[in-house]
Design a binder for this molecule. Structure first.
Ligand code: ADP
Length: 612
């Protein structure tokens, strides 16, 4: 008896996009199905390893492609792990890849297959670009029953019992009238050569009476000699392991020899994936032991901050029958990680010589990479050295800490930075005025993560790293303008401290401002205003703990005027209003919101009116 099951909403949506697609490169469906077959063979190989009781394979692992011109069908078969009934329902009938369902649920009419491919690949469902009906016959290796799954890709699928002698899966496509080319052997051979050459299992073209023909060379790409691999082959392999459709930004193929031997074929993509910041994301490295796929979820194989590195690591020195959980704690894994990370660093250093090229990497992955400064304690100087920043002197380009140090004046001992929401707001922060005046470069840090690594990297190559509010060097500016009266200034500070005691812990005079009347900062060693704001935005904090300090500029005409009016009772009300506006201005410059916008606007209008 066939059971009819409806597709979930997101599957329907995906199929709708796939079926109605005008995408011209429909042949990618074959690459997707061959890739699934190869995964199924990988899984079976691993299963046999950890369950020696499983029956011996009765044929060599392979993928068979059978075109049938007369019946307009194309069948992709594998003798891999196969699927049971639940697998068919849970894996084929749903979209497992994290984020796809949400993406589809939120998409509007304009999504195209190209978008889907760019973001997720489209896997099994891409078959419906060329097929009006798909029939799967499959038998899982640990199950004595076989099942048939049939769907027209429109209103769900039917599952029924079926016959299949051995384990594996046949995926039969009933081709659409405009897709009958896919029964042409020359065309098929061509597609397989182009997109699936690197697959590690023989891909066999079933020519019927003319016999069988193996199309690919079927040797794991990473085991071959570098000199024998073309760039195109590397790229195809990259697209296979990452399911990306772009070019790799970096390809790193190496053999490590020594106490532990392993081969790595690693890539850095040219674009950041949509889920770079998904917390449950694991590393994208596939671990093989002597060409047997073990897992792509071995924690500890790659540090989290390099989670965008994809590819394969293969070592014959790892025990074959070790469980995935045990692997995670293995000292060998830690050794492989160490060696691999230092190779990646070395390669990045080389690539960094070309600034423009390196900026591509940095713009895509810099935010994740910087996590390494606090996450990877032993390598943090190295990570910091490979990091890039904007600064007051970098002229819109990125700069390294080393380049900053080179530009430093002899007297300057520390590397200065300022943190905030965006470069534009930062650039007008009053605290920068003295640094500009003294021609001292300041790094403009605008990623939330910057607040965290700056807490751990206190120095770099012998130079302290300091927030500009903590600068202890002499930044006093030579003045040609008059200064406010001392007595009036002191009274003003006292009064402002009293008026605004709810908002600021202290009001002080500073010599470090030129253009602005005032600026907000915090007590040394306390959480910066920007960090507080970040935490507030993430609901981790609702009140302020840092003591805010309002610094006023005794050379500013506004402050001079207010100091002068301190003794004048008739003006008391106006002085207070003006002081309030100065405080609000300082908040705005810091990227903070004014505390009472309507009152602020009212007072500001009053003052403007008086002025004109
Ligand atoms: P993905 O390959 O990205 O997981 P697919 O839609 O291509 O997405 O496939 C969904 C799932 O269906 C696979 O993860 C796998 O569990 C199962 N599957 C697909 N093809 C096969 C096959 N030939 N043999 C066994 N399982 C398969």
């Amino acid at each position: 008896m066939a059971e009819k099951i409806e597709f979930k909403t997101e599957v329907n949506k995906l199929l709708d996009i796939v079926i109605n697609s005008l995408y011209s490169e429909k042949y990618i469906f074959l690459r997707e199905l061959i890739s699934n077959a190869s995964d199924a063979l990988d899984k079976l190989k691993y299963w046999r390893l950890i369950n020696p009781d499983l029956a011996k394979p009765d044929a060599a692992y392979k993928i068979t492609i059978t075109p049938d011109k007369d019946h307009k069908t194309l069948t992709i078969s594998d003798n891999g792990i196969g699927m049971n009934r639940d697998d068919l329902i849970n894996h084929i009938g749903t979209i497992a890849k994290s984020g796809t369902a949400e993406f589809l649920q939120n998409t509007k009419e304009n999504t195209s297959v190209v978008d889907l491919i760019g973001k997720f690949g489209v896997g099994f469902y891409s078959a419906f670009m060329v097929a009006q009906k798909v029939e799967i016959i499959t038998k899982r290796v640990d199950c004595d029953k076989a099942y048939k799954w049939v769907s027209n890709g429109v209103d769900g699928f039917e599952i029924s019992d079926a016959e299949r002698d051995t384990n594996g899966t046949d995926i039969k496509l009933f081709l659409k009238d405009d897709a009958t080319d896919y029964t042409d052997t020359i065309y098929l051979r061509n597609i397989i050569h182009t997109y699936s050459e690197h697959i590690d299992y023989p891909i066999v073209l079933n020519l019927g009476e003319a016999g069988e023909e193996t199309v690919n060379t079927a040797s794991a790409l990473w085991t071959r000699n570098k000199a024998d691999i073309t760039e195109k082959q590397y790229k195809d392999f990259y697209q296979h392991v990452t399911k990306n459709f772009d070019e790799p930004w970096m390809t790193l193929h190496f053999k490590a020899e020594g106490s532990i031997e392993y081969t790595g074929l690693l890539f850095i993509p040219s674009k950041a994936p949509y889920d770079l910041f998904q917390p449950d994301r694991l590393t994208g490295i596939k671990l093989y032991v002597n060409k047997v796929f073990i897992s792509d979820k071995v924690e500890g194989l790659m540090p989290m901050y390099l989670r965008f590195v994809k590819g394969v690591i293969d070592s014959a020195d790892l025990p074959l029958n070790i469980s995935r959980e045990m692997l995670q704690q293995s000292a060998l894994i830690a050794k492989i990680r160490q060696g691999t990370v230092s190779r990646i660093f070395k390669e990045l250093k080389k690539r960094a010589e070309n600034e423009e090229d390196y900026a591509k990497f940095w713009n895509a992955f810099g935010i994740a990479f910087k996590e390494g400064i606090y996450e990877d304690f032993s390598n943090r100087e190295e990570v910091a050295g490979l990091s890039r920043f904007y600064s007051t002197k970098s002229d819109g380009k990125l700069t390294s800490l080393d380049a900053y140090i080179e530009r430093m004046d002899k007297e300057q001992k520390a590397i200065y930075y300022i943190t905030g929401d965006d470069a534009k707001t930062l650039a007008c922060n009053p605290l920068l005025e003295a640094f500009r005046e003294k021609n001292i470069e300041v790094l403009l840090l605008t990623d939330p993560i910057d607040e965290f690594w700056t807490q751990t990297l206190l120095s770099y190559k012998g130079h302290d790293l300091k927030h500009i509010s903590q600068a202890d060097m002499k930044l006093d500016i030579e003045r040609t303008t008059p200064k406010a009266d001392e007595k009036g200034l002191k009274d003003l500070c006292d009064k402002m401290g009293e008026w605004f005691k709810e908002e600021v812990g202290k009001v002080d005079v500073t010599e470090k401002l030129t253009k602005s009347p005032a600026s907000l900062t915090v007590e040394d060693g306390q959480m910066s205003i920007h960090l507080e704001r970040l935490m507030r935005n993430h609901q981790q904090k609702t009140n302020f703990d840092s003591t805010r300090i309002l610094l006023i500029n005794p050379y500013h005409p506004l402050i001079i005027k207010l100091a002068e009016l301190m003794g004048n009772q008739d003006k008391a009300e106006e002085v207070k209003d003006a002081a309030q506006l100065i405080l609000e201005q300082a908040k705005i410059a810091e990227g903070e919101a004014v505390s009472n916008p309507s009152l602020f606007n009212e007072k500001l209008s009053e003052f403007i009116l008086k002025a004109i």
